[in-house]
Design a protein around this ligand. Structure first.
Ligand code: MN
Length: 205
């Protein structure tokens, strides 16, 4: 008898469904988390279990197809987990980063406003559905804004993500229809800089 192997779990949201109102509604957040994020967790687990079963029985599976579905779903799960923490209730969110991350943003981008403009542009222009991410490159010591297309791991393994915004339509269509720009304008009111600052501090220690 082999011990059941660990699978992915839907992490608890760090706040209530209505916590991001009026910028992200209860219903938008509920559907996004309960339906969409959960679908990535379930999708990744289905593939992992299929692989476990195939290996146990020493049966073949379509490796190419399985890895594509697996990476899409693991990517979706991990990015959503960072996304929920990249936001916080508007009473605590918005504004600018402080601490060493705040200094670093100014050093690398010239100003916070310039960073905000570039990050918004990245989120507006990612092809198809995807994400914009603020990442840190350890080799060059630079903050780098990155597109993530779909969920697939264009995220270079050496570049830890500090903050992400989800621009799949499912992240905003209930509240904003197809108006990605309006969603992004409002998103800045719930951005969680404390989270990004902590992640950055951990990289420096
Ligand atoms: Mn999403």
């Amino acid at each position: 008898m082999s011990v059941p192997r660990k699978l992915y779990e839907l992490p608890p949201l760090p706040y209530s469904y209505e916590a991001l109102e009026p910028y992200i509604s209860r219903e938008q957040l509920r559907v996004h988390y309960e339906i969409h994020h959960k679908a990535y967790v379930d999708g990744a687990n289905r593939i992992l279990q299929m692989m476990d079963d195939s290996r146990r029985e020493n049966k073949p599976f379509d490796v190419k197809a399985a890895l594509k579905v697996l990476s899409f779903n693991i990517g979706g799960h991990l990015l959503h987990s960072i996304y929920w923490n990249s936001m916080t209730p508007p009473s605590k969110g918005g504004g600018k980063p402080g601490g060493r991350l705040g200094d670093k943003v100014v050093e690398d981008f010239g100003s916070f406003e310039r960073f905000k403009q570039e990050f918004t542009e990245a989120a507006l222009t990612v092809e198809g559905s995807g994400w914009a991410a603020l990442t840190y490159c350890r080799q060059t010591g630079r903050l780098i804004v990155m597109h993530v297309e779909k969920h697939n791991n264009n995220v270079y393994p050496m570049f830890p993500i500090l903050l992400v915004v989800d621009v799949f339509e499912h992240a905003y269509y209930i509240d904003y229809k197809n108006d990605r720009r309006k969603y992004l304008e409002n998103w800045w009111n719930v951005v969680n800089w404390r989270f990004a600052e902590e992640r950055y501090e951990k990289l420096l220690t």
